[in-house]
Design a protein around this ligand. Structure first.
Ligand code: DAK
Length: 262
């Protein structure tokens, strides 16, 4: 696929590298239109299928991670277009199918679908310039890509209601205090810190990394008892891997583990 709305790079030196995706519609504050979302979906799938990639990072620009879905593409939608068209299923759910870790590196505005996209990533590292918001209510709509569900899970009901009903933006410091983002760093350090986090994941056993992701995500899907049982079965299965032997033997021998990905 030819990418016109995103930039694709590989970063890192090791046997497994980081797939870096930069959202790139600068004049529109990275507003997420169908073309961009199709490219993002294709890039995510390609990196997920690539054995040389251990981790994926999605970022935007200094001004905006993404200012939401493209309002100019939706303004004349009727019910048939929004419900009957492929707007919903076409590309917004692809990220949920990715098995490798996906980290969002957010600077500037992450609004509406941009905030929802960041929340669909496995964790968010924010620059101190980041601003999160779900301002859809001002457009006469509500969040449509999971915002009303993921924001309360991340921040609790009070802050989620406040943001969604008043459309106020949350800065990076408040987002970190509330648990929406995992770390806040100065803007100048955003990519160095995020790529270092990705690199540290690249060095691990891919099977344990994917199972850890799967198991944490399960915490949001069902009961605690089911989740714990799911985790236990994945935990048990990792004792069938050579990487478990290597990881534990390396610890006991006081050396760094070298995982063979099997
Ligand atoms: N769409 C289209 N263009 C946008 C845009 C957007 N979301 N955000 C910004 N732009 C454009 C502006 O129109 C402007 O274009 P020109 O006038 O230069 O041609 C340019 O980007 C620069 O923006 P501003 O001049 O407004 O820049 P400021 O620094 O003054 O303000 C801002 C930056 C980000 C605070 C402001 O642009 C803003 O409030 N933007 C809109 C934010 C917003 O309302 N976002 C929510 C959109 S609705 C779903 C999936 C997704 C969604 C729903 C359903 N399904 C799967 C069902 C998502 C919906 C949304 O996100």
């Amino acid at each position: 696929m030819v990418y016109e709305n995103i930039l694709i790079e590989r970063r890192g030196e090791g046997p497994r590298q980081t797939g870096l995706i930069t959202l790139n519609r600068p004049k529109q504050m990275n507003a997420l239109n169908d073309a961009l979302m199709d490219e993002l979906g294709a890039a995510l799938k390609a990196f997920d299928a690539d054995a040389g990639i251990g981790c994926i990072v999605i970022t935007g620009s200094e001004k905006a991670f993404a200012a939401g879905a493209d309002i100019s593409a939706m303004v004349n939608f009727n019910l048939e277009d929004s419900y009957g068209g492929d707007f919903i299923t076409r590309n917004w759910e692809t990220i949920r199918t990715i098995r490798k870790p996906v980290i969002a590196a957010v600077a500037g505005f992450a609004l509406g679908g941009g905030c929802e996209l960041a929340m669909m990533c496995d964790f968010i590292i924010a620059a101190d310039t980041a601003k999160f918001g779900q301002p859809e209510i001002r457009l006469g709509i509500i969040p449509g890509a999971g915002g009303t569900q993921r924001l309360p899970r991340a921040l609790g009901k009070a802050k989620a209601m406040d943001m969604i009903l008043t459309s106020r933006m949350m800065d990076a410091a408040e987002a970190e205090r509330g648990g929406l983002v995992s770390r806040v760093v100065p803007f100048a350090d955003l990519m160095t810190v995020t790529l270092a986090a990705a690199e540290s994941i690249n060095e691990l056993s891919a099977m344990s990394v994917m199972m850890a992701k799967e198991s944490v995500n399960r915490a949001f899907e069902g009961t605690l008892a089911d989740g714990v049982m799911f985790e236990r079965r994945l935990f048990h299965s990792l004792f069938a891997t050579a990487d478990q032997k290597e990881g534990m033997n390396a610890f006991l021998s006081k050396r760094k583990a070298t995982f063979k990905q099997r």
